[in-house]
Design a protein around this ligand. Sequence first.
Ligand code: LLP
Length: 411
Amino acid sequence: MSESTKSHRFIQNVDLLQVCEQFGTPLYVYDADKIIEQIGKLRHAFDKPYVKFKYAAKALTNQAILKLIKKQGLGLDVVSIQEARLGIKAGFEASEIMYTPSGVSFEEVQEGIALGVQLNLDNLMLLEDVGKAYGNTVPCCLRLNPNLMAGGNANISVGHSRSKFGIPASRLTEIRKLVDTYNIHINGLHIHTGSDIVDVDVFLAGADLLFNMATHFSDLQFIDFGSGFKVPYKPGDKSTEMKVLSERLIERFELFCKTNDRQLEMWFEPGKFIVSEAGYLLAKVNVLKQNPGITFVGLNTGLNHLIRPMMYNAHHEIANLSNPDGPKQVYDVVGYICETDTFASNYELAEVRRNDILAFRNAGAYGFSMSSNYNARFRPAEVLIYQGKPHLIRKQESLEDLLHNQIDINL
Ligand code: LLP
């Protein structure tokens, strides 16, 4: 077996085909070593005592994954009260959780306050609510809109002026008025510009905005630069150059702190960088179908399990684990959902046969966490390869799960 085939089929010497036999398909499989390796890369690039990483839980929220990441000493970034509760259940202290909701009710913000998480608000209405009710007793971070267009796809570009996220810097006077009226303690400033950002200059432009704004808030403890670090999706693909980014950002950050006599922490909230490459979606070939000019490979999965290709036009490398050395042929790889759910078009794969197992790469981030029960399909099981062994960390759903919250009425 060639080296590249081997690297597709084995994780920590565990044979993925055997894992499929043991746990069935479709199946999400995660490599704990890869997660730890990625965290090591971040730490190595930003090797400063004032840097903190908060894993963006939304990328993948399984308890085992959260526990693994907690064990590496990271904090957590959450966007809902439920993610916060999942994080606390996995062992994170509320104080190490950054809570960045979008457009939630004041009641949900109050739940966050009761839990003791760090608030990150991007809405002046909520800032006023918090100020009125809590004065300076609840520190708030402000999410700003950097007015920057960046990200791998329009749907994941969230820092531009027409995006719903963040408070525009141009509203500084109103922010200051609220802060002064209610004596609100602004302890952090934050931006998040988008996902899959290659261009280091985008991060630096965002940083400049943060530094400008930071001069208007004297009680800051941290500046949060968000995330958006791009990982490679295929061989030779571009990714964010972390070393270049860290050198330039650290230089500017230290200069800002020195010039303004501040001692601040530098926060990041990576999701994809930590878990994307660690995850695989494994699926079985149900059917092959020959149309004029196209051979379809129909899998026992679909956009209900991996929505990224349909939602963001995302590229996921696919490998035929069962017939790696077969002659190359061109296919359209599609799902079993009764709606167009194309994973890849005109895609070259080693000859595909019925019941072969195909592996999708980069499925760790926003794979399972965006999965659904569309078409009343079960969400798949999840397996973590940890210390050389596969561990089932979520069972496949069952019909009972689909019916769990439904209430039968007499009709
Ligand atoms: N911080 C905030 C405030 C965010 O909104 C996000 C992602 C992150 C951090 C983590 O970003 P990352 O490191 O993963 O790029 N579902 C899309 C990505 C949406 C990201 C939403 N926010 C996808 O599958 O590409």
